[in-house]
Design a protein around this ligand. Sequence first.
Ligand SMILES: Nc1ncnc2c1ncn2[C@@H]1O[C@H](COP(=O)(O)OP(=O)(O)OP(=O)(O)O)[C@@H](O)[C@H]1O
Ligand SMILES: [Mg+2]
Length: 475
Amino acid sequence: MTRPLAPVLVVDDEKNMRLSVRTILTDDGYAVRAIESAEEALTLLAQEEFLMVITDARLGGMSGYELITKTHARWPDLPILMITAYATPKLAVDAIKAGAFDYLSKPFAPEELLHAVGRCAERHQLLHQNASLRARANETYRLEHIVGESNSVRDLRQMIQTVAPTDARVLILGESGTGKELVAGALHCLSNRRNANYVRINCAAIPETLLESELFGHERGAFTGALRQKAGRVEEADGGSIFLDEIADMSRPLQAKLLRFLEDGTFTRVGGVQELRVDVRLIAATNRNIIEAIQQNEFREDLFHRLNVVQFRLPPLRERQQDVLLLAEHFLRHFAPTVKKPARRFTRAAQQKLLGHHWPGNVRELRNVIERALILENSDEIQPGSLPDFQIETGLRKPTGPKANGQQSLEEIVGSFEKDLIASVLEQHHFSLTRTAEHLKISRHALRYRMQRLNIGSGGDTEEDTATAVNRERA
Ligand SMILES: Nc1ncnc2c1ncn2[C@@H]1O[C@H](COP(=O)(O)OP(=O)(O)OP(=O)(O)O)[C@@H](O)[C@H]1O
Ligand SMILES: [Mg+2]
């Protein structure tokens, strides 16, 4: 290591967990700072430099997810490792989407923790050696990186090759972890714009209020904290491509500005009057059901048509079974050099186990499963025992059915069942109203109304879309 490592910040409200993480890390030569709450973490992060953050998903006050979202928005380069209690791919995917670099599920072996921290340390080191954001943004994506021999993946590669050199706008749809970022990158790298910049913006990761100035820039004094004039990312992308990820999460007012930008390439910086123009190709993606978002009036239909010139739909992994083992072997080869373990193939039983799973987290989940298996496996073949017990993952807590006890009226019984059900879905979606409403197939408005009626707390004065203080008591 060329420079002394900054300490690791460990956030966990359980004392035993703090102690054991501290012991494992200090034994391996890391400096550690262990604290109890997310609030404390944010204060410390603003004052001192840390190598990375390790946080538990559940904390006393602000949750681990919120901590990740806030930290990631302010210090996007700081690696965050999330520790979750259950190995559900859903939670893992959510952690990654909130901005976590990696996650570990409890219980974990000391070497798993050290491996994950090692990767974060490496990344931290790399970022310091190469501060140029541009160089990182312009990493090359190639068609060969998109692994798969199913018809849908073959067609996908063919279509990328055809569409990339045109200037057509592309909308990429598909579940989380299906490879949308990979496709977007390949589209830029195979286009005639490949020598200009490729700018990526995740619309869900940047707070709504900052997204406009991130995209279009701002003039000095445009808002509190705007000390200097700042160029927008669209200017950085001039002559190249811009990838707007999670586009369905963009606010309606900003959608209107984006629409204008797409119509003639013009925009004004926040607080500015001058009309600016750039030449940018737009690629957008979302894992949400965009048609439903349009129906619920959350996404502008005219913007959808502007974006939807060419549409890519990435199939979920469970619909292309024959790619599962190909991808598994690909990831085994990919991780083998860094993990330094002897395993180079899977036993038949391990293959069967992989084929029997339905992969709700798609390729990302598979990738994580293989990396972990490789870390745990000491023989020269991956055994089924090194793969997670996939059964657990479908066992998300279900509310128990209502029962008449002769004391409550039908209305009361149904009401309390409904309350439990909504609370459990809210929890599953980390209290996001949008996602919960989507899951329950009702509008956000209807969800809010029911929550009010059933007295399910929604303390959302700061976070518009997040319900807090839900009554978590359960029988
Ligand atoms: N066909 C593929 N071949 C090889 N790797 C893949 C493939 N598809 C996805 N991956 C890998 O899986 C991981 C998840 O892919 P990616 O980040 O592109 O997903 P996504 O569709 O953008 O998901 P999200 O909606 O959660 O952002 C990445 O590490 C990516 O490299
Ligand atoms: Mg993505």
